[in-house]
Design a protein around this ligand. Structure first.
Ligand SMILES: [Zn+2]
Length: 437
């Protein structure tokens, strides 16, 4: 097996960086090396040392002066919404009824699902994202299309067929039994196949009947190692409607709690308007709150209180995500640019190291997959993004005055997008340049 030796400025996080000077929170090599063999990073560190281990046969690729980081992780995204993104003029519930549900009916057609799955993963790779947690449509075929495409590319992705049996058009509804059966069949076929992970995916409390919520809880009990993903507390009208549908519940979170859906592998998209009790319940169960800044701004949903959630007595585990198609960009750089502004509106700041921690190691920790992805550590999968802070004329000009790594990262986040992504490695394979050919 030929190995590959990458050279560049390597940056990988060890833990959450408390401040901009918290140097022991990351490893940075001005002249770094990564030795890749059989899809994994087998050596990582100063180039001279890694080169020694590489031996004669390794294929050398010099990415200097660019930065090598772990591939970005997007923890909440809807792959069937590529033709919904940039739809004008609605808040959450109208947006779902007017744009999203009609669009998702198209995924009954397997051929359509395969086409969009291919284009979706192309788009993710172009933007430097090597792992996504994806919602498919209600149709089993949409999840099959997604996993087949993901498996072909050898990407570590997490996805699930949406379960929804009410409050939506006929073409996007299942039943409690068919949702359960299709989920079981998909788990059997795809979970653990190569790098594929299945996520149990009740869309949210409004589109699932109590019977279906019971079924989702049963699936979580039968498969405690699987992820569960849903939406929580995004919008005031959504919260009020949920309260009407589940009149016995103490609050929105209580609905999911009641059906046994909280836990350390449970991902809750949005979490904007949580009460203190709800935040406590998420914290005590080690559940993950997923911050989707471009979506929350676009739909006018509200401001996720990132720093308060981190600093409260019972802190929340937090992930960050695009939430395309409610989100407005595929890029995790654009996402954190908007995230910075949301946090600023709450009177706080997120420093650039914290930001890049979040979209690499932080998101991998939130998904409990940090042993495999999210760092450049030896033994992990070789999912790597190569970033160029001089990708555009405006970035080049601004770089003339940049003196520190923190400034460079902040520039990448503020002005960068897919143009700043020079290359992407998926399990050691150069995937972005591959696609261009
Ligand atoms: Zn969503």
């Amino acid at each position: 097996m030929t190995s590959t030796l990458l050279r560049g400025r390597t940056l990988s996080f060890v833990r959450w960086p408390e401040t901009i000077d918290d140097h022991s929170a990351w490893r940075y090599e001005e002249d770094g090396g990564l030795l890749i063999s059989d899809g994994r990073i087998v050596a990582s560190g100063a180039y001279a040392q890694v080169e020694e281990q590489a031996g004669e046969g390794a294929k050398k690729i010099d990415h200097r002066p660019h930065l090598l980081l772990p591939g970005f992780v997007d923890t909440h995204v809807h792959f069937p919404q590529m033709q919904v993104i940039a739809s004008y003029g609605a808040e959450l519930l109208d947006w779902l009824n007017t744009y999203t549900f009609p669009e998702e009916t198209k995924f009954a057609n397997a051929q359509h699902g395969r086409r969009i799955a291919r284009l979706f993963l192309d788009e993710m790779v172009r933007h430097g994202t090597t792992t996504v947690v994806a919602y498919c449509s209600v149709h089993k075929a949409s999840a099959e299309a997604f996993f087949a495409e993901s498996h072909d590319r050898n990407m570590l992705n997490i996805a699930g067929k949406v379960m929804m049996d009410r409050n939506a058009p006929e073409g996007v509804l299942d039943t409690p039994q068919s949702g359960y059966d299709d989920t079981k069949a998909l788990i059997k076929e795809w979970h653990g196949k190569g790098r594929q992970h299945y996520a149990i995916t009740p869309r949210f409390a409004i589109t699932s009947s109590p019977e279906q919520m019971e079924m989702a809880g049963a699936l979580c009990r039968e498969h405690p190692d699987l992820h569960m993903q849903t939406h929580l507390s995004e919008n005031h009208a959504e919260i009020a409607f949920t309260q009407q549908l589940y009149p016995w519940s103490r609050d929105y979170t209580d609905v999911y709690e009641h059906y046994g859906l909280l836990g350390k592998k449970s991902l809750f998209g949005h979490c904007i308007h949580l009460s203190e009790r709800e935040a406590d319940a998420l914290s005590q169960s080690d559940s993950v709150a997923v911050f989707c800044p471009t979506s929350n701004l676009f739909l006018g949903s509200g401001l996720f209180d990132y720093q308060r959630f981190r600093h409260r007595e019972k802190p929340l585990r937090i992930a960050a995500a695009t939430d395309v198609g409610g989100g407005t960009n595929y890029s995790m750089l654009r996402t954190m640019d908007e995230g910075y502004k949301v946090i600023a509106l709450n009177g706080e700041k997120l420093n650039p190291f914290q930001s890049f921690w979040q979209i690499t190691r932080g998101n991998a920790e939130a998904l409990s997959v940090v042993q495999k992805i999210g760092t450049l550590d030896q033994g992990t999968d070789a999912d790597i993004v190569v970033l160029d802070a001089r990708a555009t004329p405006a970035m080049r000009l601004r770089m003339e005055t940049v003196q520190t790594l923190a400034q460079e990262l902040f520039l990448l986040q503020t002005l960068g997008d897919d143009r700043a992504v020079r290359e992407v490695y998926v399990a050691g394979r150069a995937a972005k340049s591959d696609m261009a050919n």
